[in-house]
Design a protein around this ligand. Structure first.
Ligand SMILES: [Zn+2]
Ligand SMILES: [Zn+2]
Length: 366
């Protein structure tokens, strides 16, 4: 029984295997259920009874307090992700409590620790990485999740759940700036003023960016960017807007980030970049895009792609949030797990100035 349970976990078969292997258990051994928000079909999430995870050796069970909705969970919800196939429990941004009472956040990107990438400190490029809430790994839109103890980071009681949940998304931005390594007095462009773009803006300002442009097609998001300190936040849904952004860029910006991933946004990042400058590609909405390579080759554009984060980035992200140097809580909305459908619909159809949606699973002090 126990062996088959472990095997289910190790092979990534997850809850399906565990469910069936539990059936013949005597009642004292019967697996307890828990509430979980289950992704059942595109654009549908349902609160259901789901098997409570069984912590394997080296794992710890976390009682989830709150979980964030990420862009990648949204793409799963909309049916665009090949690695989020219903029925499953999504979610990888979490804050909660261990059974011993310690309050924690978890790095949900689980790497093997043994491959060349892991050994060289690039755990984000691990040959065998797994993520909570992806493939068959149960995510955190549930009462409990089991995760290797080494993925956990203690946090102080005074840190809010809304701040703590940002550790994972902000780690992506810490990572990309470590790759981009901008030079002093750099000028930057950010294409896409969503959650990632906004955090990139805040980090750029802390790094001493001289001028920073944010472009988007949503007026509310541009207003947020202005409040956060963008030098220019411009709506590029019109010809005039595009021309204004290009005028601002002049001979081009030193570093341009695409935080959108649409074809137009990617091309726009190259268009704004100075000869010899760096384009950083982060957004993943389109798998393929056509880009004018010849123009970029003539400008000797350098291109960097940024994916996820390493444990070092995760720690730095947590430090920034603990120090309140980065704070997105004014643009964070919280809804109970029971209203998961409403929360996902809100983010899919009319996010407005909501940069992070938080699902409340249980009160933090519980
Ligand atoms: Zn995320
Ligand atoms: Zn590895």
């Amino acid at each position: 029984m126990h062996a088959s349970r472990r095997q289910g976990r190790a092979t990534g078969m997850g809850n399906e295997v565990r469910k069936s292997s539990q059936r013949d258990c005597d009642s004292s051994m019967r697996e307890k259920g828990m509430r979980a928000l289950v992704y059942t079909a595109p654009r549908q999430v349902v609160l259901e009874d789901w098997p409570r995870p069984v912590a394997a050796a080296g794992e710890v069970e976390i009682a989830i307090a709150a979980a964030g909705i990420c862009g990648s969970d949204m793409s799963g919800f909309l049916g665009h992700s090949r690695r989020r196939i219903p029925p499953m429990v999504m979610g990888h941004e979490l804050v909660g409590r261990r059974q011993d009472g310690r309050r924690v956040v978890a790095n949900p990107l689980i790497s093997c620790g043994r491959c060349t990438a892991c050994l060289s400190g690039a755990q984000n490029l691990c040959a065998n990485w797994r993520l909570l809430g992806m493939d068959r790994v149960q995510g955190c839109y549930a009462e409990f999740v089991a995760i290797p103890e080494g993925q956990l980071y203690d946090i102080p009681e005074e840190m809010s759940d809304a701040q703590a949940v940002m550790t994972e998304p902000l780690a992506n931005i810490v990572h990309l700036f470590r790759i981009a390594a901008p030079q002093p007095f750099f000028r930057m462009g950010i294409v896409g003023g969503g959650t990632m773009g906004s955090m990139a803006l805040l980090i750029a300002l802390r790094l001493g960016v001289r001028e920073v442009l944010v472009q988007d097609v949503s007026e509310v998001r541009l207003q947020v960017a202005r409040r956060m300190g963008a030098t220019l936040a411009v709506n590029v849904s019109s010809e005039e807007g595009c021309a204004e952004a290009q005028r601002f860029a002049g001979h081009g910006l030193d570093v341009v980030l695409d935080a959108s991933g649409s074809t137009a946004a990617r091309q726009s990042a190259f268009d704004l970049c100075r000869p010899g400058g760096l384009v950083v590609l982060l957004g993943m909405s389109k798998e393929r895009s056509e880009v004018d390579f010849v123009t970029s080759i003539r400008k000797e554009h350098r291109v960097a792609m940024s994916f996820a984060y390493t444990p070092v980035d995760f720690e730095r992200s947590l430090a920034l949030l603990r120090a309140r140097e980065i704070d997105l809580t004014p643009w964070t909305v919280e809804m109970p797990l029971e209203e998961g459908q409403h929360a996902f619909d809100h983010m899919a159809d009319a996010p407005g100035d909501t940069l992070k949606m938080l699902l409340r699973v249980r009160q933090s002090h519980a």
